[in-house]
Structure formats: C-alpha cells, structure tokens
Design a protein around this ligand. Structure first.
Ligand code: PEP
Length: 255
C-alpha cells in the first residue's frame, strides 16, 4: 500500500500585514522544529510571498500561493503567473478554491487550465472540490465533486494527479464553524479516490486528499484518523500559530 505523507496547508486568504506575518511566521518556524513525518505549508497573499520566502527558507515550513493565472504571460492585468510563483520559491498553488469559483466565477474549465499551468511550471496544484449545502441536501455531493475532478482529469489526464494534491472542501463547512463529520469526510474522500482508481490504481493509492472546512485543533485528530484523509487545508485556524501547530501535531498523530 502506498504511504502518503500527511500535508497540512494554511490558506491565509486576504489576511495579514508585514508585522502580523512576521510574528506568525516566526512562531511557525520555531514550533515546526518539533514536527516530524508530515509536511506543513502556508499560502499567504501574493505580496507577502517574498516575506514568507525570507522567513521560511531553511525551515520545516513550505509556502505556496492561493491562486494563479491559467496564462503563461501577457496582457492579463492583475494576474500572477505560475513562473512568477516559482521565482518566489512556491512549491504549491491552491486552485479552484470555492471562494474563487463562487465570487470570481471560475469555471471547471478555467480551474482545469490553472491546474495545468501550475504543473507545467513545476508547482504542485492543490485542487479544491466541494459541494454547496443545497447540493448536499439534494443528494448531489458525489455528482458535483466528480464533475469538478473530471474536468481536470479530462484536460490533463489521470497521470497529472501523480504530482498534485486534492482537497475536499464542502462549501457549507468553510468559515462556518460547521465541519463535516469525520464519517462524511471519509465517505467523499473514499469516493474521490475510487474515482481516480478507475483510471489508475497506483496514482489513486498515492494521491493525498486533504479535508478542508472549519478544521480546528479540537476536531483535527478525529478527521485525520479517517483512512482516506491525508491532512487538511486550513483557513481561519491557520492565522493563529498555536492553533495551526496543534493541527499539525494532530496530523502527526500526537494530539
Ligand atoms: C479554506 O478557506 O480553505 C477553509 C477551509 O477555511 P476554514 O478553515 O476557515 O473553514
């Protein structure tokens, strides 16, 4: 059976300042010295990537971006390319976060193009999928996450998931304080892994699938104990060093 190194990634969203980041990054660098056997990453807003690169270089904490352009370069005012992110040491890029899909109209096709652009530049995309409350309540969870995943597999092939991370983020659980139960998360994670396995068993077995949606220090251990949950994508709790580190320790199996 493939071993999957657990990953805990912090999505800072549009939060932070030079001073606040300095304190947070400093606390993460020292707290992360005790971590072993897991990967820990933060995704600050674009302007703070050089600050993250300076503070985190040589530490156990990696960094990535929250978004990127699907285009390589050109007349795309306000956009940031994958190659630019690589220049600032990013290893990961979140693509298809539900806030991008809902607030900025990102389509499955556009998300698939961003996924491909990230991989082409050598970044590891963290592809977010997840259903709304109305979709869950009408029994369409599997149909929605399958559509979102298939858009990427159809565009880039199942092989592309060998260097990618999937994140199941039910929209109704993001920033609401209402997390999916461990069993609800496990059900969707197992479904996603089985769907990838239809194309490639080996890639499915090695694919890290993160859960995201109101993960806190108090509920992380129970969620991470599920066999198909390989870590978390953390919003609010990633802005508080002790909370994020406690979630990382839960991923180590120590909390
Ligand atoms: C997120 O933004 O990806 C997220 C999971 O947020 P929160 O942890 O705050 O629900």
């Amino acid at each position: 059976m493939a071993t999957r190194t657990r990953l805990v990634a912090g999505n800072w969203k549009m939060h932070g300042s030079r001073a606040a980041n300095d304190a947070l990054l400093g606390a993460l660098v020292s707290g992360a010295r005790e971590l072993a056997g897991i990967e820990c990453v933060v995704c600050p807003p674009f302007p703070y990537l050089p600050q993250a690169a300076d503070r985190l270089a040589g530490s156990r904490v990696g960094w990535g971006a929250q978004n990127l352009s699907e285009h390589g370069s050109g007349a795309y005012t306000g956009e940031v390319s994958a190659a630019m992110l690589v220049e600032f040491g990013c290893r990961y890029a979140i693509v298809g976060h539900s806030e991008r899909r809902a607030l900025y109209g990102e389509t499955d096709t556009q998300v698939a193009a961003k996924f491909a652009a990230a991989r082409k530049a050598g970044l590891v995309p963290i592809l977010c999928v997840g259903e709304s409350l109305a979709e869950r309540e009408s029994g369409r969870t599997e149909q929605v996450v399958a559509r979102q995943l298939d858009a990427v597999v159809d565009a880039s092939g199942a092989d592309s998931l060998a260097r990618a991370v999937l994140a199941y983020e039910p929209v109704w659980a993001i920033g609401t304080g209402r997390n999916a139960t461990p069993e609800q998360a496990q059900h969707v994670h197992a479904y996603l892994r089985a769907r990838v396995a239809r194309s490639d068993d080996g890639i499915a077995a090695g694919l890290r699938i993160l859960y995201g949606g109101s993960v806190k220090a108090a509920n992380a251990a129970a969620i991470f104990a599920m066999p198909d949950v390989d870590g978390g994508l953390i919003g609010g709790a990633s802005l508080v060093a002790e909370d994020f580190l406690a979630i990382c320790r839960a991923a180590e199996g120590k909390e």
